[in-house]
Design a protein around this ligand. Structure first.
Ligand code: NAD
Length: 500
């Protein structure tokens, strides 16, 4: 069923729109799969090649512009975003199924990134360092790598691309942006805003499509940096292909099995609220969503009673209704994956506390709605459901005996992204900060809720040490040492003789 405002997508390469496609795909609303949000060309290896050539030829002119010129364009972009926050949020809610209030917060997060980037334009960069030789001045300066391929997931289709495109362009790189095939409309809209803000042709290029065009970008030696956010399996493949290319940076932000640790001294109201938000906001489809709530044994019964009570009150439904807490999951494949993990939990001996599953009824039948599945699981080696990312409303409550036990459980997954600790005790808080493997830690908060001026990234299978958002500047530039002699003769460091 086509909506009156169905979007006609196009690739944009060197400022030219390429709508023609031998092959195209539709973006559907996960709330009602009959609704088509837009139709988009499916990029090929040739599309990727052309986009990289365009970005490369724009690079030489772009890096000559001043940081402040580039920053001013981001200021214009910020104004354009600010004027359209609600429209952008509604489009995102229709395309991704996230509740419109959450989409609004994501647009604001993207706006914050643009404002942050604008602010860096007039900030000092680099360092002045001392030389052994008094006549020498030495500097550390940063230079852009060249062309960045930005490959992004559907679940944060506005903020995550801006985390990566923003620092890349501001530092003087040019970009080929490939949004997720599950959120191409919001990707298209974001690109159009950059164009309207006056970014010159070829500086940012847009290609639509799936793994075919994505992998062609990664394999192209003309790409200096691949800035990827998405699942571990895709991130690993990108790293494997990139290992064969010299001069290639990969910044990969990937999946997680994040957790909230509820200690025996926790304020229960706060703990329950933090745990529910961590587990079920965005239907558990944030990279930082908590698939595990670790609860101190003495308070387990009371905590789980209150957790279930609040979970059962969550309003799930139409993402355009701001009264809803959460909406559908992204697509049918995702529904099937979640249901299969619910079954696996039973096979692994879980005690099911809330038996979630596919939601039915007139409001749900055409969408991908799944209700929360909650179970008690004792920690033991080899259980897949408490180690692997499910990416849905599927959460294990896991009892622990003491702090050492809790840290062991937290670390017993291949991932390491986000951690929340609920405690009133500063020693306990510090213990988990030191003992757990994570990239983002929160105390007396949910394990979701990033801000752009902090680095965003994880360890182990969650990230390869190049955090996004403010942290990305280090990855999209390389440092150069720049030494200037103010004397009229040559003097060398380390006592090296300069007489000839
Ligand atoms: P995905 O890995 O399926 O897709 C991400 C992007 O990679 C898409 O644009 C896709 O087209 C592209 N892609 C797929 N195969 C490719 C290939 N072979 N070569 C190049 N590109 C390819 O992820 P998704 O389902 O869109 O998003 C969900 C995943 O993203 C979850 O695992 C979630 O945890 C993760 N995520 C991580 C973060 C983070 O910052 N750590 C943030 C958001 C989402």
């Amino acid at each position: 069923m086509a909506h009156p405002s169905t979007i006609s997508g196009r690739h944009v390469i060197a400022g030219k729109s390429i709508a023609d496609a031998h092959d195209s795909f539709d973006s559907h609303s996960p709330a009602d799969r009959r609704q088509i949000i837009g139709s988009f060309p499916r990029g090929t290896a040739e599309t990727a090649r052309q986009a990289v050539v365009a970005a490369r030829s724009a690079f030489f002119g772009w890096r000559r512009t001043s940081r402040i010129f580039r920053a001013e364009l981001f200021n214009k972009l910020a104004q354009l975003i600010e004027a359209q926050v609600d429209d952008l949020a509604r489009l995102m809610a229709r395309e991704c199924g996230k509740v419109v209030t959450e989409c609004r917060a994501e647009v604001i997060e993207g706006l914050h990134m643009v404002q942050y980037v604008f602010g860096t334009g007039r900030m000092p960069t680099g360092q002045i360092v001392e030389s052994e030789i008094p006549e020498k001045d030495a500097f550390v300066r940063r230079k852009p790598w060249g062309v960045a391929a930005v490959i992004t997931p559907w679940n944060f289709p506005f903020a995550v691309p801006l985390w990566m495109i923003g620092p890349s362009l501001q530092e003087g790189n040019t970009v080929v942006f490939k949004p997720s095939e599950d959120s191409p409309a919001i990707g298209q809209k974001l690109f159009d805003l950059f164009q309207e803000a006056g970014f010159p042709p070829g500086v940012l290029n847009l290609v639509h499509g799936d793994h075919v065009v994505g992998e062609a970008l990664v394999a192209d030696p003309g790409v200096n940096c691949v800035l990827f956010t998405g699942s571990y399996d895709v991130g690993r493949r990108i790293q494997q292909i990139s290992a064969g290319l010299h001069d290639r940076i990969v910044a990969a932000e990937m999946g997680s099995k994040s957790a909230v640790i509820v200690c025996a001294d926790a304020r229960l109201d706060l703990a329950v609220k933090a745990a529910v938000i961590s587990a079920f906001k965005t239907s558990g489809q944030r990279c930082v969503s908590a698939g595990r709530i670790l609860v101190a044994e003495p308070i387990f019964e009371e905590f789980s009673r209150r957790f279930l009570e609040l979970t059962q009150r969550l309003r799930i439904g139409d993402p355009l209704d701001p009264q809803h807490f959460t909406g559908p999951v992204i697509h049918q494949k995702s529904v099937e994956k979640i249901l299969s993990y619910n079954d696996l939990a039973r096979q692994e001996g879980a005690t099911v506390l809330l038996d979630g599953g596919r939601m039915t009824g007139p409001a749900f039948d055409h969408g991908c709605y799944v209700s929360p599945f909650v179970y008690r699981q004792e920690h033991r080696p080899g259980l897949r459901t408490i180690r692997e990312e499910v990416f849905g409303p599927h959460v294990a409550l896991i009892p622990f005996n003491d702090l050492e036990h809790a840290a062991r459980i937290y670390n017993d997954t291949d991932y390491g992204l986000s951690l929340a600790v609920i405690t009133e005790d500063y020693r306990t808080m510090r213990f988990f900060r030191e003992e757990c493997e994570f990239g983002m830690g929160y105390v007396n908060l949910p394990c979701i809720g990033a801000e752009v001026h902090l680095p965003f990234g994880g360890v182990k299978k969650s990230g390869n040490g190049h955090p996004s958002a403010a942290g990305l500047v280090d990855s999209v530039t390389h440092k150069v040492a720049w030494t200037v002699n103010h004397g009229t003769d040559i003097k060398m460091a380390q006592g090296l003789v300069a007489e000839i």
